[in-house]
Design a protein around this ligand. Structure first.
Ligand code: BDR
Ligand code: CA
Length: 302
């Protein structure tokens, strides 16, 4: 089993990462931590708790950073509705569980310290909690096996012509992560745009019980629609972790632009004069990804 901490800001696409990591028997999901991003951290935490509850999972949820490391909270137009997860929370009834408040970094630290084997940290929000962990607990960095992150772009951005949201939102934290020396794999905009969840797959997901129906509905309402299907950015972290063979990658030395008009850009040094710090996913076998996803979510009704 792959021991994993999932740091996220759900988020419709984060929800797909959460659900598949809870359902997959090969993943040992030890902790979900939340961060502000798509919406405020109280809402991303609530959304994570609803998903955990609906899946009858026992995975603990710890809420984390309420704002970026060195910046004030900036309000962006929410991509997934005011709640961050459409009407998912309203349609789910009463929330019975709570999160350990503002405790994400402490919980991560505790888990890493106690674990005999190094843990994978999956990040599908901005990297504020991860940056804090690196700065506050440098003694434990050797216990992080790898970061598998959604973020960045080598071509077009979605916050500016050059910047992707998770990096743009907290570029200072992203910079810390990229410089950490921990092995990093990124699913950026480039590969995520190729990893479309087809309409046919989504129709199949809609038939997978209450949660399947709600997830499919969220994609229909909120995901970026392309000719052949929906972009579900964050899902690619979990699918990569389980099936790296679905993906092609290239290793680059990448630096994060922290300020100015290129804030949030992930600039790759193609001269290769520096040692690579990031494995960037560049292509995906979309058919295999879809077959895997449908199979994975069919566990909702097993
Ligand atoms: C990323 O930004 C967020 O809004 C999504 O959840 C995803 O993590 C895509 O740029
Ligand atoms: Ca996200």
């Amino acid at each position: 089993k792959i021991p994993v901490i999932l740091d996220c800001d759900p988020g419709v696409d984060d929800a797909f990462a959460i659900v598949s990591s809870i359902l997959d028997p090969q993943i040992d999901l030890k902790l979900i931590t939340t961060v502000s991003g798509n919406v405020t951290v109280d809402l991303t935490t609530k959304n994570a708790l609803y998903l955990v509850q609906d899946l009858k999972s026992k995975v603990p949820v710890a809420s984390g950073a309420a704002r970026p490391l060195l910046r004030e909270l900036e309000a962006y137009e929410p991509w997934f509705g005011e709640s961050g997860l459409g009407d998912y929370p309203d349609a789910s009834g009463k929330l019975l569980q709570t999160a350990t408040d503002d405790n994400a970094v402490a919980e991560m630290y505790q888990l890493l310290s106690a674990s005999e084997e190094p843990l994978t940290i999956v990040g599908t929000g901005s990297y504020t909690n991860l940056g804090l962990l690196l700065v506050e607990h440098p003694d434990i960095v050797y216990k992080i096996k790898q970061f598998v992150l959604m973020g960045g772009t080598l071509s077009q951005g979605n916050m500016s012509s050059v910047a992707e949201f998770n990096i743009y939102y907290d570029p200072d934290a992203a910079d810390l992560v990229y410089r950490s020396g921990v092995p990093i794999v990124t699913a950026g905009i480039d590969v995520c745009k190729k990893a479309l969840v087809t309409f046919q797959s989504n129709d199949a997901i809609a038939k997978m019980g209450k949660v399947g129906l709600k997830l499919a509905d969220l994609l229909k309402k909120y995901a970026e629609k392309q000719v052949a299907g929906y972009i579900v950015y964050d899902l690619n972290t979990i699918s990569y972790l389980l099936h790296p063979e679905f993906y092609k990658s290239e290793d680059y030395f990448i630096q994060v632009q922290k300020t100015g008009p290129a804030r949030g850009a992930t600039v790759a040094d193609i001269s290769s004069k520096n040692d690579a710090n990031v494995k960037v996913l560049t292509d995906v076998d979309d058919a295999k990804l879809n077959a895997w996803l449908v199979q994975e979510l069919s566990r909702l009704v097993q």
